[in-house]
Design a protein around this ligand. Structure first.
Ligand code: PMP
Ligand code: GLN
Length: 382
């Protein structure tokens, strides 16, 4: 977790956002929206502060939010959750991941993830003393080879940690992949941890939580966050749902990580989760057109890209432009085109980094003006 010189290694997102600020380049690196979310949600947090909701809420989260999470899971996925026992509010999806991994992993247990993987996974598995096994996702479709998945999951596997829709590739897993994950979890008595923070940001079929598959619920911890759905990444409100005995184990860890989470943001998230269906389809439609704007611009600039089916991100190969090393390319890009991107190598284990060396990630969760300007700038590279 430390850099070679012993300092704390800055995450790639922090490093690249600092580069954007320093150079004045357009930040298509870190995945945060540059517009505010729904006014009802913003107003509800301000109202909660004015109404005096400013002290410690319950550790599991305020009932008003847990009830709204349960209603949301029923409305979109047909799931019947017990809001008192099967839901836990967390400090973003990150704390849900941290508490889950620390609660359920014994030192030496194996955790299987796909690769590239969201950077926190590697750090958290290391903090939990786990052994990290990965299954490669390869361009252009970033779908796993099912035999490689079968080979990675063994009786040593404690957790299969998936992320669907996927950061950084934008892949949405096939029904076959999801079904195999459930089958393997059963065969090897593993638990499934599923990070679904982009659940409402898909551009094809509606999102399918893996917990809705037959036989999955009893061994699945489903994690999400309000950050992406309501453009409130700075609020850090997330949640998880799982069978009661797993929630109890995770709560035992969570109480010593953060104890409880920001009170006034919780009723505001509840307002968001209760917004009409049109809000949720609307954000996906808007994001899809942003994806298309950036995709066209990247192709015009000469990149080979993979068109994402969900999430905030497009993966582009810089080789056609003459750059074999994505990290060097990203460091040069502010100077070349006034744009910041993130190298995919930052989402890879040291052993496999070279296989993704020329790939970079661009975020399109930005205003149309920013995307249009960025694509104009990038055209200079062609
Ligand atoms: N998982 C994935 C896949 C992400 O992209 C992110 C970043 N937004 C997170 C987890 C962290 O979410 P949060 O900010 O809610 O902790
Ligand atoms: N999830 C966001 C991304 O992938 C940022 C998260 C972070 O900064 N840690 O860009």
């Amino acid at each position: 977790l430390l850099a070679d010189d012993g300092s704390v290694a800055a995450s790639i997102f922090a490093e690249m956002s600092a580069l954007a600020v320093r150079t004045g380049a357009l930040n298509l690196g870190q995945g945060f929206p540059d517009e505010d979310g729904p006014p009802e949600v913003l107003e509800a947090a301000q109202r909660a502060i004015r109404d005096g909701m400013n002290q410690y809420p319950p550790g599991r989260g305020l009932p008003v939010l847990r009830d709204a999470i349960a209603r949301h899971q029923k409305r979109f996925y047909g799931l019947d959750l017990d809001a008192d026992r099967q839901i836990l509010v967390t400090a973003g999806a990150t704390e849900a991941l941290a508490a889950t991994i620390l609660a359920l992993l014994e030192p030496g247990d194996e955790v299987v993830t796909f690769e590239p993987f969201y950077d926190a996974y590697g750090g958290l598995i290391a903090l939990g003393g786990g052994i990290h096994r990965t299954v490669p996702l390869r361009a252009p479709h970033f779908q796993p080879d099912l035999d490689e998945l079968r080979a990675a999951v063994t009786d040593k596997t404690r957790l299969i940690l998936i992320n669907d829709p996927h950061n950084p590739t934008g892949a949405v897993f096939s029904a076959e992949t999801r079904a195999l994950i459930v089958e393997l979890a059963h065969r090897h008595d593993a638990l499934i941890v599923t990070d679904e923070v982009y659940e409402h940001l898909t551009f094809g079929a509606a999102h399918v939580p893996i917990s809705t598959l037959p036989g999955a619920w009893e061994r699945t911890i489903t994690i999400s966050s309000g950050g992406k759905t309501f453009s409130t990444t700075g609020w850090k409100v997330g949640w998880l749902s799982a069978p009661a005995h797993l929630v109890t184990a995770i709560l035992a860890v969570k109480q010593f990580l953060t104890y409880v989470n920001g009170a006034p943001f919780q009723p505001a998230m509840a307002v968001g989760l209760d917004l009409p269906d049109s809000y949720f389809t609307g954000i996906a439609d808007v994001l899809r057109s942003k994806r298309d704007t950036l995709a066209e611009g990247l192709i015009r600039a000469g990149f080979t890209i993979s068109v994402p089916q969900g999430s905030y991100f497009i993966v582009a190969d810089a080789r056609p432009l003459g750059y074999a090393h994505g990290a060097d390319f990203c460091r040069a890009l502010p100077g070349l085109a006034g744009v910041v991107a993130v190298p995919i190598s930052a989402f890879c284990s040291p052993a496999h980094r070279h296989e993704y060396a020329s790939l970079v990630r661009f975020a399109y969760c930005k205003t149309t003006d920013v995307l249009t300007q960025a694509t104009r700038n990038l055209a200079a590279l062609a």
